[in-house]
Design a protein around this ligand. Structure first.
Ligand code: IMP
Ligand code: MG
Length: 208
């Protein structure tokens, strides 16, 4: 199946250059019953994440950096991203949970608060995917109230066609179409985070 889907350019910031969506490949046998297709494979993710690290390193050099990562979907992305950052940095997490389970986002609840002081520091806010933008808007406002020097937003995936809030990312791994994706940290009902690739869940596995 053809996987090199083309989408309109994302309304992202000047320095956010998302990679073109690559042609990915076959679903590993272990996941064939549940995953319809691989959208971005592990090698493609690794290459792109390394390039993002280089860009971030350049932009944050010489400043006090705090990486603030959203739980739980950033687990793999964050680990790969920061291991390539040769900069002094601090790391903290914010827990956000949405009451809408499955593929829709509902009311947001903070499950873990930030503990590191970000006042006067440069924050890199990391999330797995920018969808409607509601989560990022809330979290960004919360961090902004703590008076950092600046906040740069970094996401692995961006679905600009789904945007409800006017929020943009400064670093985008891949711009993808309106598909529900899983793997590389992203879940459906808390499953599939361990997949080493980003894939499309079979529609029959989605329970509305
Ligand atoms: P937003 O608030 O609508 O932008 O949603 C952001 C959150 O929804 C992300 O951090 C994900 O946890 C979740 N999400 C949105 N789209 C997807 C998807 O395609 N797969 C898995 N999770 C998603
Ligand atoms: Mg999620």
């Amino acid at each position: 199946m053809k996987t090199s889907l083309r989408v309109p350019a994302a309304p992202v910031n000047r320095n956010a250059r998302a990679a073109a969506l690559p042609r990915a490949g076959n679903v590993p046998a272990a996941w064939r019953d549940e995953v319809d297709r691989v959208l971005i494979n592990d090698a493609q993710i690794a290459r792109r994440v390394r390039a993002m690290s280089r860009e971030i390193e350049r932009d944050f050099k010489g400043h006090e950096m705090v990486v603030v990562s959203l739980l739980n979907g950033t687990v793999m992305f964050l680990a790969d991203l920061i291991r390539h950052l040769s900069l002094p940095l601090r790391l903290d997490f914010i827990g956000v949970s949405s009451y809408g389970s499955g593929t829709t986002s509902g009311e947001l609840v903070f499950t873990k608060e930030l503990r590191i002081d970000v006042r006067g520091r440069d924050v890199l806010l990391v999330d797995d995917i920018l969808d409607t933008g509601r989560t990022m808007k809330r979290v960004r406002a919360k961090i902004q109230s703590l008076c950092p020097r600046r906040i740069q937003v970094c996401v692995l995936l961006d679905k600009p066609s789904r945007r409800v809030e006017t929020v943009q990312a400064d670093y985008v791994g891949f711009t993808i179409p309106d598909l529900f994706v899983i793997g590389y940290g992203l879940d459906y009902a808390e499953r599939y985070r361990n997949l080493p690739f980003v894939g499309v869940l079979k529609p029959e596995k989605i329970q509305i």
